[in-house]
Design a protein around this ligand. Structure first.
Ligand code: SIN
Length: 517
């Protein structure tokens, strides 16, 4: 099949992009693929919300810009920060028009506080903002007859000049696994959009779902597309220590914004020794402060004390956290919550321009898998859903224009080769794939986590190289499966993070190497 647009990933950025294009041009053919159910992905787990300047009596775009730049620790592109903050209201209004509900107080949007913000500006839906947005966008995307949705399809590789034996420096679509048919299909497309998220699954403890395996990042790397800032992996300071149904559960930063305090087991507000803003300092400072505290004490967690937040607020603003904590015996507000930092967000990714196009023509990247210049060395809380909305819009408008320009004809796309899977045998490798994935997580958590040293990075690189060799062997001998594809991407991203980390000779934002302290 030859499509005008192939969108890979169905979180807020991919869905918004597809809706925008379909609204503007009902003739444009769009295929949307998701690795799992359309609703599964990082977006639906986002609790916090969207940072937007709404209260002009107190807040201003200048203040939001300043907070973003400060959190980014001199790593942001100031032009990008400016237009993202300035376009925020337009994009939020659109989302509301499409049917997304946000919490209100006296007819006005309720604005929450989060770390690193100088004003209350987080627009949210209780503690389930992402889920609310995901459901509305999913329902809307299904109304367009020109959008084909393929669930349970895994990205294998992008189709480039390497496959077509041409020199156009373009992307021509992608090879994807149909998990149901157990075969690799070719989807040729004039424009390909990656909205595949980050790779939190590289770490043993992550707020991301297990499908966050950097599939777009890995495919872009193999297509020789520039990736930037991968060592800037943000750890969220407060994930519930105990896994719930096998998953890490996030405790939104908005809990600290509403008055929650962080205590060590001696009941001291230890973060005040790190930063006068304490629990509401930017995320990098808070996560490091907690990790440092954990390394000093016997207990491998700190307490999030929400006793100053009335029960009625817990129940109305944070119903999901209230319910989840209660299910494991933590009664709010009186019981403190044991929390630990967890891998949360990739500030870096595929380098893109101000319209989200990568250096490979016809390949766009939006959302967490992109490096737009907004986040710099440390993303400001609740700026990620905002970035996704702003860049999905910009990318959509740019793609519509690009489709009017001369492009290879349909015959060219049809003639692109099918996936060459010859010589592969049936899989007997599931166990190996899982074992190698766990080993990789152990290495990244122990040696390439919140704190690094030159020695830990060097040792990690050697171990990752060893795993890489094993994964290559599996890849060349076996039929590709979803699990093997994920592992192939994870090991590549682990290698890149570790390698690029060794090139960084100073501490900035979320990046911290003890040897440069
Ligand atoms: C949170 O709710 O604390 C997470 C929001 C974000 O990652 O920006």
């Amino acid at each position: 099949m030859v499509q005008d647009l192939l969108v890979i990933g169905t979180g807020i950025s991919g869905l918004t992009f597809a809706i925008k294009v379909a609204e503007e041009n009902s003739k444009c053919t769009i295929t949307l693929i998701s690795k799992n159910d359309i609703n599964e992905g990082n977006t639906r787990y986002a609790q916090g919300g969207i940072a937007v300047v709404r209260n002009l009596k107190k807040d201003s775009t200048e203040k939001h810009i300043k907070d973003t730049l400060l959190a980014g620790d001199e790593g942001c592109d100031p032009d990008v920060v400016k237009f993202v903050v300035e376009e925020a209201n337009l994009r939020l209004d659109e989302l509301i028009k499409w049917g997304t509900a946000f919490d209100k107080k006296k007819e006005k949007l309720h604005l929450a506080m989060e770390g690193g913000h100088s004003e209350n500006r987080i627009v949210h839906y209780k503690d389930q903002t992402g889920k609310q947005i995901q459901e509305v966008l999913t329902a809307k995307v299904k109304t367009f007859p020109n959008i084909t949705i393929l669930e349970n399809h895994t990205l294998v590789d992008l189709i480039t000049d390497h496959h077509s034996k041409t020199k156009g420096n373009r992307c021509y679509g992608a090879y994807v696994i149909s998990q149901e048919e157990e075969k690799i299909i070719k989807i040729s497309s004039k424009i390909t959009v990656l909205s595949t998220g980050g790779a939190g699954s590289l770490y043993a403890y992550s707020t991301n779902p297990s499908i966050a395996t950097g599939d777009g990042l890995g495919a872009a790397y193999r297509a020789k597309v520039q990736l930037e800032g991968l060592p800037f992996v943000q750890f969220h300071p407060t994930a519930l220590r105990d896994k719930v149904n096998g998953n890490v559960f996030l405790i939104t930063e908005a809990v600290r914004g509403a008055g929650g305090k962080l205590h060590n087991t001696q009941h001291e507000e230890f973060l005040l020794n790190e930063d006068p803003r304490g629990a509401l300092a930017p995320r990098d400072i808070v996560a490091r402060g907690i990790q440092k505290q954990i390394q000093k004490q016997k207990e491998k967690f700190v307490w999030l004390d929400g006793s100053s937040i009335p029960k009625t607020i817990w129940k109305s603003r944070f119903p999901n956290i209230y319910k989840t904590c209660s299910s494991i015996g933590i009664q709010l507000p009186q019981d403190p919550i044991p929390v630990v930092p967890a891998a949360h967000y990739f500030c870096g990714g595929i380098k893109v321009n101000q319209y989200s196009e990568s250096q490979l023509k016809g390949l766009y990247a939006i959302g967490e898998c992109s490096a737009t210049g907004l986040h710099g060395a440390n993303r400001l809380a609740s700026n990620s859903l905002l970035e996704a909305l702003v860049f999905a819009h910009r990318a959509a408008m740019d793609c519509l224009k690009s489709l009017q320009k001369p492009l290879p004809d349909n015959a060219f796309y049809k003639a692109l080769p099918e996936w060459d899977g010859e010589g592969y045998s049936k899989n007997n490798t599931l166990e190996d794939v899982q074992t190698l994935r766990e080993k990789l997580q152990e290495i990244m958590t122990d040696s390439v986590g919140i704190f690094k040293t030159n020695k830990s990075l060097k040792q990690a690189e050697e171990k990752i190289n060893d795993i890489y060799g094993k994964v290559q062997q599996l890849y060349h001998q076996n039929e590709l499966t979803n699990g093997l594809c994920e592992l192939r991407n994870l090991v590549s991203i682990a290698y890149l993070i570790t390698k690029q980390s060794q090139e960084i000779k100073e501490n900035r934002g979320v990046f911290y190497n003890h040897d440069y302290a």
